[in-house]
Design a protein around this ligand. Structure first.
Ligand code: 13P
Ligand code: ZN
Length: 272
């Protein structure tokens, strides 16, 4: 048994490889984090070291105190993760205040966790509370069609939600809450983390204009599936606009019928 045999580790690595194959991870673009279950934390204990020194997270996440996360390393090429997981990933534990982390496995040739660690951990804290602990995965990808949309559409939750819902019938069922949209911001700090967190209170998908997308989910399949669904819808949007724009579409009454049939609640503010 090695660290790489744990199923959470295999699921994490598979997601990164699939994301690269999709074209969402040029160089080090994008990052991924997973909040370990208590059973996993006990099981991996024999494989961890205590050489790591505590470093500041750059955000306070007291509700995650003492928790353990698998994260991608900053600047590590996502394409290399399946080949060199121990050099590109880190297992980190948080201190009792939820203000500092230390590395207990991985980044064998040096490095630090993703520069988006504040956003990942703040999102984990919000989703842990909001979903009663169900959500464990936060995923950031540079999805090209969605990024293209942010140069064309007004940067509002409503404009993006409606456009994405209309481009694929399953979308309102997969993300009935809609999507949140942030204007362009400097990546990597606590300001973008706080702004993303405010939107994660309402949505499981947050658009970073001219940059990419953040998704939250219970497991790797659900979170990857959400990213894939949003990006595919964005791809259809780009094709439709390249063909001269919509001539017909799914109507608000269609959406209401869909919501009834699939037993989802679509917020009234997105349906005129
Ligand atoms: P990291 O390499 O630090 O994870 O940064 C990649 C990225 O996408 C920043 O938004
Ligand atoms: Zn990014």
């Amino acid at each position: 048994m090695t660290m790489l045999d744990f199923s959470f580790m295999q699921g994490f690595i598979r997601l990164v490889g699939d994301g690269f194959a999709k074209g969402w991870h040029e160089r080090n673009g994008g990052n991924l984090s997973y909040r370990l279950k208590e059973d996993d934390v006990h099981a991996v204990a024999p494989f961890l070291h205590d050489k790591g020194v505590y470093q500041t997270i750059g955000a306070a996440v007291p509700d995650l105190a003492g928790e353990c996360f698998l994260v991608t390393g900053s600047g590590k090429f996502m394409r290399n993760v399946p080949l060199e997981p121990a050099a590109t990933l880190a297992l980190i534990t948080l201190d009792s205040a939820g203000e500092n982390y230390r590395i207990v496995w991985g980044l064998e040739q040096g490095g630090r966790p993703t520069s988006e660690l504040p956003t990942h951990l703040m999102n984990h804290e919000i989703k842990k509370r909001q979903t009663g602990g169900a959500h464990r995965v936060i995923y950031h990808a540079h999805t090209p069609n969605l990024i293209a949309m942010t140069f064309v559409l007004p940067l509002t939750d409503r404009d993006f939600t409606r456009a994405l819902w209309e481009m694929a019938t399953e979308c309102p069922v997969v993300f009935p809450q809609g999507v949140g949209v942030l204007p362009w911001m400097v990546p990597g700090g606590d300001a973008i983390a706080l702004a993303t967190g405010r939107l994660m209170e309402q949505y499981h998908v947050v658009v970073w204009a001219h940059h990419g997308l953040f998704c939250s989910g219970a497991d790797f399949d659900e979170t990857f599936g959400l990213m894939d669904t949003v990006e595919k819808s964005a791809e259809i949007f780009v094709k439709v606009h390249a063909m001269g724009g919509k001539k017909q579409s799914i109507t608000c009454d269609n959406f209401r019928d869909l919501a009834r049939a699939f037993k989802v609640k679509l917020p009234d503010r997105f349906l005129d």
